[in-house]
Design a protein around this ligand. Structure first.
Ligand SMILES: CC(C)(COP(=O)(O)OP(=O)(O)OC[C@H]1O[C@@H](n2cnc3c(N)ncnc32)[C@H](O)[C@@H]1OP(=O)(O)O)[C@@H](O)C(=O)NCCC(=O)NCCS
Length: 188
């Protein structure tokens, strides 16, 4: 590694550790995992989870399928420090980017007025981008090519080709093409 700075050497060692140690370890924790899977730090995993090809999970991500819950992740999906908690079903499509700190829940966790907690499946379509720290609540479907703004709280379905933002999330405008990622390569 001659000619490389100390920082570059440390980054290279970290990357090797992620590929050769962490990723093979976490591979064993999922019921189905596709090709070119990568985990870049410690994550939390529990229950019935299937993962497609070209999926990256960064440090701090949590995929928690509790009793009765199922999490299904498609191909070419990037989950950056994202929490997904399921007691029924969370389905994430293909070509999806979920930015840092986002949370997806298909249940309330606690029941109100003496009733059991409400649970409704969540579906994230294809070519969807969810901004940092957004929260997607029970029963929501995000249509294909939709975008959720940073720190938004999504309580209702989002139509395909639509950008929503705010709390509660409301439509800002329509999308006119796929979301792309400057500098990190085209991710969608
Ligand atoms: C949703 C988003 C993509 C929209 O970008 P845009 O098309 O440039 O939208 P604008 O900045 O023109 O905003 C349009 C309107 O929506 C509002 N808005 C935009 N993003 C918002 C958000 N996250 N929450 C609440 N309102 C928002 C703006 O205030 C503006 O309202 P106004 O017309 O009343 O002034 C962008 O604001 C955003 O949230 N990006 C996510 C950033 C992120 O998480 N990146 C992850 C890095 S990996």
């Amino acid at each position: 590694m001659k000619g490389f700075s100390l920082t570059e050497k440390i980054e290279a060692i970290e990357a090797m550790f992620h590929r050769r140690v962490l990723t093979p370890y976490y591979r064993m924790r999922f019921s189905v995992v596709g090709k070119r899977f990568l985990v870049t730090g410690r994550i939390r995993v529990r229950g019935k989870i299937s993962i497609g090809d070209d999926v990256i999970l960064t440090q701090g991500s949590a995929l928690l399928a509790w009793k009765g819950g199922v999490i299904k992740i498609g191909n070419n999906v990037f989950l950056n420090w994202t929490a997904v908690s399921s007691t029924v079903s969370v389905e994430i499509g293909n070509d999806v980017v979920i930015s840092a700190g986002a949370v997806i829940l298909d249940h309330d966790g606690y029941g109100l007025d003496g009733n059991p907690a409400i649970e409704r499946p969540v579906k994230i379509g294809n070519h969807v981008w969810i901004g940092e720290r957004a929260v997607i609540l029970k029963g929501v479907t995000l249509g294909d090519n939709s975008v959720v703004g940073a720190a938004s709280v999504v309580t209702h379905d989002v139509e395909p080709n639509t950008i929503v933002a705010g709390n509660p999330a409301r439509k800002i405008r329509n999308t006119t093409g796929y979301t792309t990622c400057n500098g990190l390569g085209e991710v969608q």
